[in-house]
Design a protein around this ligand. Sequence first.
Ligand code: FMN
Length: 158
Amino acid sequence: MAKVKIFYGTVGGNTQIVCRKVMEILEEKGHEVEMKNARFVLEEEHKSADINELLNCDLVIFASPTYGQGQLEPYFEKFLASLKGVNLKGKKYAGIGLGDIRYHREYLLESAHIIESFCNDAGMEAIIPSLKVIKSPLSVLDTAVSAWVEKLNEFLQK
Ligand SMILES: Cc1cc2nc3c(=O)[nH]c(=O)nc-3n(C[C@H](O)[C@H](O)[C@H](O)COP(=O)(O)O)c2cc1C
């Protein structure tokens, strides 16, 4: 059994839906999973406890939709910025990015790329390629999302 922490940002709820599915499947496999909305983590009384848990878990999942012109969801962006002084070297992670072709095509799914480059710069280790969800996640929960979690689980079983 592995300890997994999911930190996410959301405006309209799509990212939360994806994270909840990821959590449900991992829990069915026997892992201990906790989801945290970046918005609430930023409240100072929670932040240090959450960062401690992040440092102590086996895998951290970062998830954000893309907003503006290729930006992270604002609370999640602040949350990542708040991790800048934390030593994350060697920490295993997986990223989830959401986007939609109806918005700026040149920034399609940019959130996944921003998460990857933040983690890369911090010396974190990607265990599998990021999950990228375009448009509504509902149609892919039982296909692409579930298949991605199966791959995560293969890693967690090792
Ligand atoms: C104002 C606005 C700007 C957006 N900009 C982008 C973008 O630059 N690139 C992209 O891939 N998706 C963009 N999107 C699409 C969202 O990332 C997508 O709808 C996502 O599923 C929303 O997730 P949430 O419901 O968790 O907030 C934008 C959506 C809105 C409303």
